[in-house]
Design a protein around this ligand. Sequence first.
Ligand code: SF4
Length: 318
Amino acid sequence: MLAVHGLHVRLQTERGPVPAVRGLDLSVDRGESVCLVGESGCGKTLTALAVLRLLPSPPLEIAGGSIRFDGRELTTLPPEEMRRLRGRRIAMVFQEPMTALNPVFTVGRQIAEVLEVHLGTPPSEARRAALELLEQVGVPEPASRIDAYPHQLSGGLRQRAMIAMALACAPDLLIADEPTTALDVTVQAQILDLLARLQRERGLGLLLVTHNLGVVAQVAHRVLIMYAGRIVEEAPVEALFAHPRHPYTRGLLASVPYGVAEGTRRLPAIPGTVPPLEAVPAGCPFHDRCPEVMDVCRRVEPAARRPGPGVTVRCHLF
Ligand code: SF4
């Protein structure tokens, strides 16, 4: 359904353009959950925004590659057609619902508006549908919440309202950008269960952007690990957790806390930080943090290899 090939996103800086996403390939099938994982600053959100052509331009722009949705090329789609596609066929759930929802309209009005604008639904019918949507996403007593303003709802309920808005036009593809980051752990689990259930029941394609590997284990069919604007490993979720190949993936998995059963031990961390876009090192972009770095890694950027079925990895170890 969604096929991204060789996507390049460029950031204009005072010192000239710098690559922010570099030659990214990604696909999502109908009924499939794909997780895009990496630390902050790896280019995950930019990738999600690029698919919807929502990059703030300037300073960011799509500099190359192809984004096909149901066979249509999105990078060259006229703005009017792109607007029709957004919300209706591809919808997005943003990170922080408090900033994504409009504070001066009730949540019911905002959900109804999606239906009125995209499908031409009459206002009274749209309100009824908004009520049903709030019920479907598990908002308790939706009749008493439909006229609430975003600030009158808890973070979890706001995120449910955002999901209701995203689902209003029954999209084929849902892009969720760190949808649980701003929520406490219990509510996070509820929202993830909700997304997984809706994805199954509606046969949605789901592209979930996250840095949380617990979320990945719970939701993903396939996982893409991103570092410094590149996909460094792609694998089915079971394969990724059972045999992580790229040293970055191994570092991410090693740094997940697994409870206290092992007693007190220091949690391993990946040394250093993600390089800023304008200072990505030559060769393998991970080489200055990699525990297995070799000479060649400092000079030559590794090409994509396929060491197993459905697995792609960019590392000279393979
Ligand atoms: Fe580490 Fe080299 Fe592999 Fe990069 S290419 S991840 S530096 S071993």
